[in-house]
Design a binder for this molecule. Structure first.
Ligand code: NAP
Length: 349
């Protein structure tokens, strides 16, 4: 089988590097084009990128010449790790030119015909692409997005509880890793010996994105789930892995054991598709009170699993627990690759 050729937008950045790492040896896809800003365009990738991952730059990518992010890239589809301010116009332009765009950026996530896709949770939201393609005026190009890196971890237990008991309210406090801010991220003198509260724009994303993800595509529009969410975000001095402390209020009575069992029993509509990047199980329940921890748990399921700690009664809402997910894999690059795998299985690439 011919591998599909992939273009990476923002290829020199934190998410771009992860995308290149995850595609190295991928059974269906290969990195054929790397694209970034005009500062990098024209340079060889190994010169342009300040490579920060533990594995070396794949040999097939080192010598690629970085392209500008413009229509005409020689690839079957693009994975985007562009900053939102750039992604808004650039991704739209590429999609209109006939290119499937699978994006990590926030700029198109909440548009009324753009799927905010998590294959294990809402693959049926891809139906919105029919409407989007009509808006963009073409048959082939479109934009599919994945959620914010804290939203994605949170939404797995939310999906399990919403399905089984109904979910009324969620309160979440995040402790987010440094790599979530891209490179170079926070200045060392701001973050060492410190915690930085209120990450710009994050609380609003965590309070709104799950409603779209857990909502329905009905009569050509998205209908939000009816859940109240309150989020407080913090940047902490951890390299990778977002930890979240969560309290939930359910719509029906349950015990802590019932809640844990609902998460353990979570099954995904894509299980039978055997997508190469889909972890089994996608949600891992830990029974030890001191887990999950970023250093110990972020690479579970090759960085694609969400690790949930013990469920306990909450004296204010109903139940509380902690969760952890790898922000640049499950929360970004791995999520985009999984979205591409689902689209390929459905013959949409
Ligand atoms: P980053 O490390 O700052 O990388 C940004 C990339 O975009 C670089 O390759 C940069 O190229 C390129 N770029 C910047 N300005 C450009 C322009 N005007 N035209 C073309 N390319 C341009 O950022 P990141 O952390 O990888 O984040 C990328 C996107 O993913 C953002 O939208 C972010 O919100 C989202 N995201 C990030 C994470 C995470 O954990 N980091 C998680 C989820 C979502 P040069 O090197 O040439 O400047």
């Amino acid at each position: 089988m011919r591998k599909l050729s992939v273009g990476i937008l923002g290829a020199t950045g934190t998410v771009g590097q992860r995308l290149i790492q995850l595609l190295d040896g991928h059974p269906w896809f290969e990195t054929a084009v790397v694209a970034a800003s005009d500062n990098s365009a024209g340079k060889r990738y190994e010169e342009a990128a300040h490579w920060l991952l533990e594995t070396p730059i794949p040999a097939s990518v080192r010598q690629l010449v970085v392209q500008p992010c413009r229509p005409g890239l020689a690839c079957d589809f693009v994975l985007s790790g562009l900053p939102s301010r750039v992604a808004r116009e650039t991704e739209l332009e590429l999609a209109k030119s006939g290119m499937p765009v699978i994006s990590n950026a926030g700029s198109h996530r909440m548009e009324p015909d753009v799927p905010l896709l998590i294959p294990e949770i809402n693959p049926e939201h891809l139906a919105a692409l029919d409407v989007q393609k009509r808006r963009l005026g073409g048959a082939k190009g479109y934009i599919v997005t994945n959620p914010n890196c804290s939203t994605i971890g949170l939404v797995f237990p939310m999906a399990a509880l919403e399905r089984k008991f109904g979910l009324e309210a969620v309160h979440v406090v995040t402790m987010q890793a440094l790599s979530g801010a891209g490179y170079p991220g926070e200045a060392s003198l701001d973050i060492i010996d410190n915690v930085l509260p209120a990450i710009e724009g994050e609380e609003e994303k965590i309070e709104t994105e799950p409603l779209k993800i857990l909502g329905r595509w009905k009569e050509s529009k998205f209908e939000d789930a009816a859940i109240r969410i309150s989020a407080l975000t913090h940047r902490v001095s951890v390299r990778d892995g977002h930890l979240e402390a969560v309290s939930v209020k359910l719509r029906t009575a349950a015990s802590a054991q019932d809640v844990a069992e609902a998460m353990r029993a979570f099954t995904s509509p894509i299980d039978e598709l055997a997508l190469p990047s889909a972890p089994r199980p996608v949600m891992i329940l830990e029974s030890h009170a001191q887990r999950p921890q970023p250093r110990l748990d972020r690479d579970r399921g090759h960085g694609m699993a969400v690790v949930v700690g013990p469920v306990a009664p909450c004296p204010v809402l109903d139940f509380k627990f902690r969760l952890l997910s790898h922000n640049t894999i499950r929360g970004a690059a791995g999520a985009a690759v999984l979205n591409a795998e689902l689209l390929h299985r459905k013959g949409m690439l």
